[in-house]
Design a protein around this ligand. Structure first.
Ligand SMILES: O=C(O)CCC(=O)C(=O)O
Ligand SMILES: [Fe+2]
Length: 332
């Protein structure tokens, strides 16, 4: 049986799976997101794009002319057309006061500062410590994020994404069941400390009525259901997940370490993207983790817009991606 396509109305454009489990690429620059936004059937096209991103985790578009205002509109419509709560808008980053030349709803992603390089005093030399899901420390975290890179080194600065669906599906049945009952503390002390050091105020509220206060801490289920696909995804990340609530400290540390290794060491559930100028990546933060690669010297800069989705939940009746797609479950 041929694998199902999740392209819907986007099937008239050339595209390919970037890897079997994560990523779809639209290689032809004649496919412009700005044109999709302005098309007569744009609601259908953008709804189908949201579905595609939620199934494939991340979708890449080549050499885009989308401007920053259109990028904000697209991020908003992706969530609205796929049924997010009306109160969830674009995220305002807690330290956006620092990088707000494009407004608080845009994060400038730069190799020399800002949210992607918040001058942490001591940095691990392991590249794999960078894996995260954006703003999982918020009570209402992100559904979709859109990053456009406009300035980049000749080589280097690739971004990697990992599939939370596939990370979940690779676990043994007993381990899956064990994780499904658990919740975890997510926290962004890195940004609170940064704000304290710089004497800046934490942005408040941050795009949804639930995302308020300067204590950037919340609790989410360890396995969450994606509302668009109905699939279960692992939802912990090295960046922000600090502690599994129901376990002892030592158990929590070991389980989180195991899951971090599970994501970062299985390169067959990852995709690595080599950017060219003005490429755009759109990802679903509910079901992917990602990490930047700091292997270059030159300036690298882009603009990111993060939209807010629903409060994470686990539906015990939701399904595994492999089960639904009829893919063999690796550990049965
Ligand atoms: O710079 C990158 O490749 C990714 C940075 C990042 O984590 C983000 O844009 O959310
Ligand atoms: Fe990120």
């Amino acid at each position: 049986m041929a694998p199902p396509s999740f392209l819907g109305s986007l099937s008239s454009f050339e595209s390919y799976d970037t890897t079997p489990h994560v990523g779809t690429t639209f290689p032809d620059k004649s496919v412009q997101l700005s044109k999709l936004l302005a098309a007569p059937d744009s609601d259908q096209l953008i709804k189908d794009l949201a579905t595609l991103v939620s199934h494939r985790g991340v979708v890449f578009f080549t050499d885009q002319d989308l401007d920053i205002e259109q990028q904000k509109v697209l991020a908003t419509r992706l969530g609205e057309l796929s049924g997010k709560p009306k109160t969830s808008k674009l995220h305002k980053h807690p330290i956006s006061e620092e990088t707000s030349e494009l407004g608080t709803e845009v994060s400038v992603i730069s190799s020399v500062g800002g949210i992607a390089r918040p001058d942490i005093t001591e940095r691990s030399t392991r590249a794999s410590t960078g894996w995260h899901s954006d703003i999982s420390f918020e009570p209402v975290p992100s559904d979709y994020a859109i990053l456009k890179i406009h300035t980049l080194p000749e080589v280097g600065g690739d971004t990697l994404w990992a599939s939370g669906y596939e990370a979940y599906d690779r676990l043994s049945p007993v381990y899956k069941k064990f994780l499904e009952g658990l919740t975890a503390v997510h926290n962004a002390d890195v940004f609170t400390r940064y704000a304290e050091r710089k004497g800046i105020k934490i942005q408040d509220p941050r795009g949804a009525p639930e995302n308020t206060g300067s204590d950037l801490t919340t609790i989410h289920p360890v396995v969450r259901t994606n509302p668009v696909t109905g699939f279960k995804s692992l939802y912990v990340n090295r960046g922000f997940t600090k502690r599994i609530v129901e376990l002892t400290l030592d158990e929590s540390t070991d389980v989180l370490n195991y899951l971090e290794h599970h994501v970062s060491e299985n390169h067959d559930l990852q995709v690595r993207y080599r950017w060219r100028k003005n490429d755009i990546a759109i990802w679903d933060n509910r079901v992917t983790l990602h990490t930047a690669t700091f292997d270059y010297e030159a300036l690298r800069t882009g603009n990111r817009v993060v939209s807010l989705g629903e409060k994470p939940y686990f539906d015990p009746n939701s399904k595994s991606r492999r089960e639904v797609l009829g893919l063999k479950v690796p550990v049965a």
